[in-house]
Design a protein around this ligand. Structure first.
Ligand SMILES: [Zn+2]
Length: 68
């Protein structure tokens, strides 16, 4: 897993019909379309590999390979 540009992560989430709300500070809460899962992304130019991994793990209802 590599670091990714934030805008690409956001585009991929939106392509899966995920929605988001502003969380605390620079955190965005993202919700999957099934409504059972959520994850947090820190707004930054680059999203670290650790965050990418946790986003994928926390949104297990999305199709395999949705983010790469
Ligand atoms: Zn879900």
């Amino acid at each position: 897993m590599k670091a990714m540009a934030y805008r690409l992560v956001r585009t991929a989430l939106e392509a899966q019909h995920c929605t988001w709300k502003q969380g605390k500070g620079d955190h965005e809460k993202w919700y999957c379309p099934c409504g059972k899962h959520q994850t947090v992304i820190t707004q930054a130019r680059i999203v670290s590999p650790g965050v990418i991994r946790s986003v994928i793990a926390q949104l297990p209802c999305l199709p395999e390979g949705w983010l790469k």
